[in-house]
Design a protein around this ligand. Structure first.
Ligand code: B1M
Length: 223
């Protein structure tokens, strides 16, 4: 297939995600894969930029929650299709990662993408879902004894839950036994430092690199 035809497909995928046309988004994603386009290009050159535009339109008041919701559902469906291709590397387990979106926050697309990339890099990921309360993080850490607990927040109003979760870990005597990583659209390195997290990453690929470095560092210190 020509470059022009691939560009047309990416443009169509971007446009159909923007209007939340789930069946068409699935069809185009499938079509892209069938003609040999990489999952990365479908993700980073169409699906993610389209959701960014959805957010920009929401901010301007051109889109409302329902539009955001259907675009999110279309993107999630495409992500389900891409998941096995992004995750299936056959890599050895490099560590265990408990992951959740904080209490009060229902956004999960970014978290799910991080999970897919972590699984692809060989992490065993335990996904606690969305709206995860501090007690649930504590219980999951007690049960699974992960190397890392990851917390996502996508709203400025839910970011303070990082601190609440870290306080709960301290209270349960678990803070020193687990690496805490935080992330999500409004989160910054400064904010992560301020709440006392061990690591922050702006996107899924960086999360994988950062997670591996943090585990390596902790294991080296423990020896
Ligand atoms: Co909402 N929403 N939303 N939303 N939504 C945002 C986040 C917003 C930025 C839109 C905007 O105004 N531009 C805005 C937040 C503003 C703010 O707080 N600063 C917003 C708002 C205001 C809201 C509501 C309050 C709207 C309302 O009801 N009035 C409401 C809140 C509901 C709640 O949670 N209590 C709401 C609801 C929703 C929907 C349910 C409709 C839907 C969510 C669907 C879903 O997730 N299943 C939705 C959507 C789709 C969006 C936007 C358009 C897209 C989010 C997304 O999936 N992006 C979003 C606008 C935007 O982000 N530009 C928006 C794609 C995703 C791949 O990127 O999420 O950045 P991202 O994930 C990245 C990184 O953050 C990072 O890696 C990911 C992959 O590369 N990362 C980590 C994530 N977790 C990490 C963890 C790590 C490390 C990195 O370590 C552990």
């Amino acid at each position: 297939m020509t470059d022009a035809a691939q560009a047309d497909l990416l443009k169509a995928l971007y446009d159909e995600t923007l209007v939340g046309n789930r069946p068409r988004v699935l069809e185009l994603t499938q079509q892209g894969l069938e003609i040999g386009m990489s999952p990365d290009s479908l993700l980073f050159e169409a699906l993610i930029p389209s959701l960014e535009e959805v957010g920009a339109r929401f901010e301007r008041g051109d889109f409302f929650v329902p539009e955001m919701l259907i675009a999110g559902k279309a993107m999630s469906a495409a992500l389900d299709l891409l998941r096995p291709l992004l995750a299936d590397t056959g890599a050895e387990t490099v560590g265990t990662f408990v992951m959740g979106t904080v209490k009060g926050d229902v956004h999960d697309i970014g978290k799910n993408l991080v999970n897919i990339m972590l699984e692809g890099a060989g992490f065993h990921v335990i996904d606690l879902g969305v709206q995860v309360a501090p007690e649930k993080f504590v219980a999951a850490i007690e049960e699974h004894k992960p190397d890392i607990v990851g917390m996502s927040a996508f709203l400025t109003t839910t970011m303070p839950m990082f601190k609440a979760n870290i306080n709960a870990l301290e209270k349960a005597g678990l803070r020193d036994s687990v690496i805490v990583m935080v992330g999500g659209a409004p989160v910054t390195q400064e904010y992560a430092d301020a709440v006392g997290a061990d690591g922050y990453a702006p996107d899924a690929a960086t999360t994988v690199r950062r997670a591996k470095d943090l585990i390596e560092h902790r294991r080296a210190v423990a020896v």
